[in-house]
Every structure is written in structure tokens, then in C-alpha cells.
Design a protein around this ligand. Structure first.
Ligand code: ACM
Length: 554
């Protein structure tokens, strides 16, 4: 009955005819939203935080209060009155109140806005942080700026919102290897992720074309591996633009970005891609390579190299453990991505160390997998065990399913959805980032000529806003396996994305559409509502914040 009384967000505009306020542009659209008559005054509002709130939450609320003070021109105070939770229950309180409520779902929030009081309830930091994002979306867009503005009314519409994410993992991959991006640019990406309630940044930090993270024990990884002698031009094999390209993040910069992300509700998951995609490491330490391979050079062109780590040597495994140990120490989250995609195994077939290891481990080729694929399983399992000693669980691309995969690994399905479907049927958790929906390095229009040069060679490889928005993660999963889907991620690979402006163009507005795939209920999705919101609300916000983005097709 209660459910019937609460009107789904998509139906909220119906309320207009009943003289209730029009539903605000909240993206991702909340689970439940019921509009009411009237509004709550935010100019000079008193904010009250329950004493049970943690310091980080109070800091986030204060930051919001400071911004509101600045842009509205009237001081907003923050206090922690004794017995606030009880006063809220009895209705004897005014102002904007933040109260802890253990019954609210993780990352969810309840927002009850009346004419005299507005109450935010959540059970954790992200819940309160997301309530603040929703509140900002209901205010004049100058709340996103940092100058006083007389435009718009500093009020919130009276309403009841009950919101919580559909998926706990709402990710974006940022490839800072194919092209390096400054710490400021990474933070700018984190900022816009947090506005739309994404909570995982999968940071691709090692590649054939560049190693991007400082490792104390192996300084040549950044002295040599972080720079390449030019970059191929478009898809012109054999070409080189002659411009040395590179860069890396120091440990202090990484710590700073991790903390910056955490304040915005985002956990960063590092990826050290192994045992393929390691040419930059091989160029730095050639002794990690296979017999007869080399010479090595940080790659200046795209594609999958045949050069691979010599995992038959104990010293190579020690290298991987040392690197992962230093990386794990920098990232407090529970997951560590070990890559595992597109691993070329030909060099292992002739390398004496690898063949000796295969023999020692008793690995055989059969109809299910080759001995070399099983050698990769050995690397995966060994790193999984090692990272467990550092308190980490592993994620790997869907190739890690080939052969045997040890219990507890999470599979990232990128070659379509079949890897994810298979992994879930075997009892593994999965993250869905199928390339035909979630690869946002692909062109945004089927009219490829009308777009900047991108990785899509044919129109069917385009990932339009509508295509991405139409992705339904449950498709193909039997009901009993769906609980294994941790969430959805879009991947922003950067082979052909060399500037911050183009990076943002490829990210936006598709990431905003993605946020509803990740957060909202499928029945609440509505492309027409989304398009209208983008045009009238999100694009002006992006303009104000200085983001580049792709306009909508007419
Ligand atoms: C991938 O796109 N190679 C994971």
C-alpha cells in the first residue's frame, strides 16, 4: 500500500496537474520521488547535523554550507544540537537536518522536504554525500559555481525522496597510459563522476605505451617506461608524430588523488595489467622478458604486442609481487585489478623457463585450455593469493576465465556479455562493461565522418548515447545468477584521445546516461526525459564548470 502511495519518479510530472511542483531534474533519477506543494527556503538556512554523524560527513555538509553561503550571499550556519534525532522524530525542529538512520540502504538516502524543515537520513557517508548531490540538483545551477548569484530562487521543492542505487559498483575506467593526463584532469573526471553518483574509478596505470605509477623498488619503470618516442598518427601504421609523450604519478600525487576521490564517495581501483600489456616494463627491465624476445621499446603504436613477461622465472614473479605490494599500499579499497586481457602466449611456447615451469606445475593442453593458458592461470592464482595477504580481492578481464580460475576472483566482462554470463553461472561475481555498450572510446554517432577520429572503424561499432542508455545488465543472466552482477562500468580507453577536451567530449554526456544504467531502476529510464534534462539542466551545469561535451543529435 505504501508503495502505491509513493509515486515513481517517472510519474512525477503527472503531479503537475494536481498543482504540485514540477519534478526537478535529478540524474540519476531517484528510486522514488513524490512531489508536494510548496517549498523550503534555503537562503540563510540553519543546518543541523546529528551528533552521531562522522567527521567526514560533517565536513561534507560544511563544505556544502560554505558554498551555499557564497553563492546565495547569505550566511548558512552549521550546528550539532543535542538530541537532534529525537527532535526530528517529534517534528520539533526547523532547518535542514542530517540524521543517521541505520535502516537506510547502503549509499541510499531519504530526503523529506517540508515547508519548515527538511530532513536527510542515511546510514553511511556516501548516502549523505549523494543526498547533497540531489539537493544541489534541485537548487539554481549557480550552486555549482563559486560566485554570488541572484539568478533563481534559493528554495527546495517540497517532496519525499527515497533513493538507493540499483548496483553497488558504478564504475568508470580511465586509461592514463595510452595518453597521460594531469592530476588536475583526473580530479576533474572524479568531480563529474561524483555529481552523478558513480563510485568506482578503475585507474588503468600500466600499459605497453606507458607506465604511469612510481614504484620505489623499480625506478626505471618511470625513468624509462613512462615515456615513449612519439605516437602513431591515427591508424597509419608505421607513422610517428615525432613528439615524445609521457608522464607518471608520484606516490604523493596518487595519495592526494585517492583522498580527493574518497571525499567524493569514490574508491579508486588500480589496474596493473599483467602478464601481457607489459612492454613499458620490459623496456625498463629487459631481464623480465622471454628468451629470444626484445629489444624492447615503449610502444609508439596501438594494438596487442607479442612481447610478454617471462612468468617462468621466479624473479619475474617477485617483480610482480613487489610492484603490486607498493601499489596495494597506496589504494585502500578492497579490490585490485590484475588485468589479464589479451595476453600473448606465443613466446611462452619457446621460452625454456616457461616450458620448465609448465612441466614443473604439470600443466597440460586439452580441449578446455592450452598449457600456456594454464600458465596464465598460475600467474592469476598466485597474484590472487599474494594480494589476499595485502587484504585485496582481485578483478580481472574476462580472459582470466580461460582454464581454471580460483574462487573469489571477480570477472570484468568486456568482450560482450558472454564472459560475465558464464562467470556468474560458475559462481563468480562480475562487473559488466561489454564493449558494444560500455566502451566510450567508440564513436558517439553511426555517422563516423561527422565525429572526431575515434577507434570505431564501422558504424555498427558506434556507442551512441541511446545505445549505452538502453543497456540492461540483466539481459542474458538467469534470475538465479543476477546477484553476482556487482555493477556496470564504462571504459574510456585513450589510444585516440590525446587532449583533455576530447577526453571530456567522449565522456560527456554518455557518462551521465550511464549513471542511470548503474543507479536507477530500469523502468524509470526514459530517454526523452534524459535528453530534456541534459539540454536544460546538465549542459548548463557542465558549461558553468568548464567541461567539454558532445551536443545531442537533433
Ligand atoms: C580490453 O579492452 N582489452 C580489456
Amino acid at each position: 500500500m505504501k508503495r502505491i502511495l509513493l509515486i515513481l519518479a517517472v510519474m512525477a510530472p503527472v503531479c503537475m496537474g494536481m498543482a504540485k511542483t514540477e519534478a526537478p531534474d535529478i540524474i540519476p533519477v531517484p528510486h522514488k520521488l513524490e512531489m508536494a506543494k510548496g517549498s523550503f527556503r534555503m537562503k540563510g538556512v540553519s543546518i543541523n547535523c546529528d551528533a552521531s554523524l562522522d567527521a567526514a560527513t560533517v565536513k561534507a555538509v560544511r563544505k556544502f554550507a560554505d558554498r551555499l553561503t557564497l553563492v546565495s550571499g547569505k550566511t548558512v550556519s552549521v550546528a550539532s544540537p543535542v538530541g537532534l534525532a529525537r527532535s526530528v522524530e517529534t517534528g520539533g525542529i526547523k532547518g535542514l537536518c542530517f540524521v543517521k538512520d541505520a535502516s537506510v540502504a547502503p549509499e541510499g538516502y531519504k530526503l523529506s522536504i517540508g515547508k519548515k524543515a527538511a530532513v536527510v537520513r542515511a546510514s553511511d557517508y556516501n548516502g549523505f554525500f549523494y543526498a547533497l548531490q540531489t539537493i544541489k540538483q534541485m537548487l539554481p545551477i549557480s550552486i555549482y559555481g563559486s560566485v554570488q548569484s541572484s539568478k533563481g530562487k534559493w528554495v527546495l521543492p517540497c517532496c519525499e525522496i527515497e533513493d538507493a542505487p540499483r548496483f553497488g559498483y558504478r564504475g568508470l575506467l580511465l586509461d592514463c597510459c595510452r595518453h597521460f593526463f594531469s592530476t588536475d584532469q583526473v580530479k576533474k573526471v572524479i568531480d563529474v563522476m561524483s555529481m552523478y553518483k558513480l563510485n568506482r574509478l578503475h585507474w588503468h596505470l600500466t600499459e605497453d605505451q606507458g607506465w604511469r605509477i612510481e614504484i620505489d623498488k623499480y625506478p626505471k619503470l618511470t625513468e624509462i617506461g613512462a615515456f615513449r618516442n612519439g605516437t602513431m598518427i591515427r591508424r597509419e601504421w608505421g607513422s610517428n608524430d615525432g613528439i615524445r609523450h609521457g608522464g607518471y604519478y608520484t606516490k604523493d600525487q596518487i595519495r592526494d588523488i585517492v583522498a580527493y576521490a574518497a571525499e567524493r564517495g569514490i574508491t579508486i581501483i588500480p589496474e596493473v595489467d599483467m602478464p601481457g600489456h607489459m612492454v613499458a616494463a620490459l623496456a625498463s627491465y629487459p631481464e623480465l622478458g622471454c628468451a629470444g624476445s626484445g629489444p624492447y621499446e615503449v610502444l609508439t603504436y596501438w594494438g596487442v604486442s607479442k612481447q610478454v613477461l617471462n612468468v617462468g622465472k621466479e624473479s619475474t614473479m617477485k617483480f610482480l609481487e613487489d610492484v603490486c605490494s607498493e601499489v596495494a599500499d597506496l589504494f585502500p579499497g578492497e579490490y585490485f585489478n590484475i588485468g589479464g586481457d589479451e595476453c600473448p602466449r606465443d613466446e611462452w611456447k619457446t621460452d625454456p623457463d616457461c616450458q620448465a615451469k609448465i612441466k614443473e606445475l604439470g600443466l597440460v593442453s586439452d580441449e578446455k585450455a592450452s598449457a600456456e593458458a594454464r600458465l596464465q592461470n598460475y600467474v592469476t592464482a598466485r597474484m590472487q593469493k599474494f594480494l589476499a595477504t595485502k587484504g585485496k580481492k582481485i578483478i580481472g578481464w574476462d580472459e582470466i576465465l580461460e582454464g581454471e580460475l580460483a574462487e573469489g576472483a571477480t570477472v570484468m566482462s568486456w568482450r560482450g556479455t558472454k564472459g560475465g554470463i558464464k562467470a556468474a553461472s560458475m559462481g563468480f561475481d562480475v562487473i559488466m562493461s561489454p564493449n558494444n555498450y560500455c566502451y566510450i572510446d567508440h564513436c558517439q554517432s553511426t555517422d563516423l565522418e561527422s565525429e572526431p577520429f575515434c577507434i570505431s572503424k564501422t558504424p555498427d561499432r558506434a556507442v551512441t548515447l541511446e545505445k549505452l542508455y538502453g543497456y540492461e545488465p540483466y539481459t542474458g543472466f538467469p534470475e538465479e545468477d543476477r546477484h553476482h552482477i556487482l555493477g556496470v562500468q564504462a571504459n574510456l580507453w585513450t589510444e585516440f584521445i590525446g587532449t583533455p577536451e576530447y577526453l571530456e567530449y567522449m565522456l560527456l554526456p554518455r557518462m551521465i546516461a550511464l549513471s542511470e544504467v548503474q543507479w536507477s531502476r530500469p523502468e524509470s529510464k526514459d530517454i526523452n526525459r534524459l535528453r530534456k534534462s541534459l539540454e536544460t539542466h546538465e549542459f548548463p551545469i557542465l558549461d558553468l564548470l568548464g567541461y567539454n561535451y558532445r551536443r545531442l543529435d537533433k
